[in-house]
Design a protein around this ligand. Structure first.
Ligand code: ZN
Ligand code: ZN
Length: 334
């Protein structure tokens, strides 16, 4: 393990523990510094016990670098691996074992922190056979949403990566914004080029219920939309769920073959349990997705698996348990 790999793994572990504070920022900074410093220079400084003279290297990051240079797993990292392990219940583990992929994640192209390749390599290490890359659409300017041109470029990059990573498959996709009137933040020409489309509400979440219901149903009915992302938009403890008529919304999901996402982000866990139970009654399909914005967050599927197990989501209605060819048939692309 090189110092860069050791620090990357530290950041990965902090991310999977949803540690977003000072410690993570400090290690991300240390990682940048170490990436920019020749290994001979790191070795020279380590011999003199002077690693902390590098701007951005503190005691903890220095100990990680020294451990890696000695050819050991740094003790700091070993402790962190154990402390940040993502727990799962035995029932949830049955769902997790059945998942073959992850349908919702972001890369550096929008507001994620990792490259597409880093996300893919992590997905492979987690045992996945495929992933869908779903960066944001242009309206979400704060998240550097992808214009049609950038998306086309990304699709080309994914094709090159797929040659390297085969038999693993990166499917192309987008998390497209559901605009206020229920239309989507990209045209048919763009969306029809992608393997899978998630549609999510990110703006005007406080719309009154009837208008929100119409807005969501219109998007769900779009032939391009395969998955309805984090349907209530809630942020636990910070933002209340949006108001809509869930019977209409889930009936539409079942009728128009749009899977209801079980979003695994700990601050979302969306839909809440009662709505998830209702979606099951409506005979909906589901996708258990990490919505990861970093490699560590790809390890969040257990949160949704536990939720699915508790609520009794039928395992054979979870579309990311399908092999990739069957998934593509399910979305109508094969
Ligand atoms: Zn979203
Ligand atoms: Zn997302």
């Amino acid at each position: 393990m090189t110092p860069v790999e050791a620090l990357e793994r530290v950041v990965h572990c902090l991310d999977r523990a949803h540690e977003t504070g000072f410690k993570t920022k400090a290690f991300v900074r240390a990682l940048e510094v170490v990436r920019a410093t020749p290994v001979e220079e790191l070795e020279r400084l380590a011999r003199r016990d002077e690693l902390t003279t590098l701007d951005g290297i503190g005691d903890s990051s220095a100990s990680v670098i020294e451990g890696a240079l000695r050819g050991e797993t740094p003790a700091y990292l070993a402790d962190l691996e154990a402390a940040t392990h993502v727990p799962i219940t035995p029932d949830g583990a049955r769902y997790r074992a059945a998942l073959r992929g992850d349908l919702h994640m972001h890369s550096r192209w929008s507001d994620g922190g990792a490259t597409i390749e880093a996300m893919a390599r992590t997905a492979i290490a987690l045992g996945h056979q495929y992933m869908v890359l779903t960066d944001h659409s242009p309206r979400l300017t704060v998240a550097h949403g992808l214009s049609a041109e950038r998306l086309a470029k990304q699709v080309d990059d994914v094709a090159v990566l797929n040659d390297t990573l085969a038999p693993f498959r990166i499917l192309t996709g987008i998390e497209v914004d559901i605009l206020e009137d229920g239309t989507l933040d990209h045209g048919d020409d763009v969306l029809s080029q992608l393997d899978l489309v998630i549609a999510s509400v990110h703006s005007k979440l406080r719309m009154e219920s009837k208008a929100m219901t119409e807005r969501m149903v219109r998007a769900i009915a779009s032939p391009h939309v395969d998955v309805l992302g984090h349907c209530t938009g809630r942020m636990i403890g910070k933002r209340e769920p949006s108001a809509f008529d869930p019977d209409y919304v889930f009936a539409a999901c079942a009728a128009f073959h749009t899977a209801v996402e079980i979003n695994c982000r700990p601050e979302r866990l969306d839909p809440p349990r009662p709505l998830l139970a209702l979606a099951i009654q409506h005979g909906c399909w589901f996708a258990i997705d990490s919505d990861a914005h970093s490699t560590g967050q790809l390890e969040w599927q257990p949160h949704g698996c536990d939720r699915a197990a508790e609520t009794g989501v039928p395992l054979d209605r979870v579309i990311n348990t399908l092999p990739v060819d069957e998934l593509l048939r399910w979305v109508g692309r094969a």
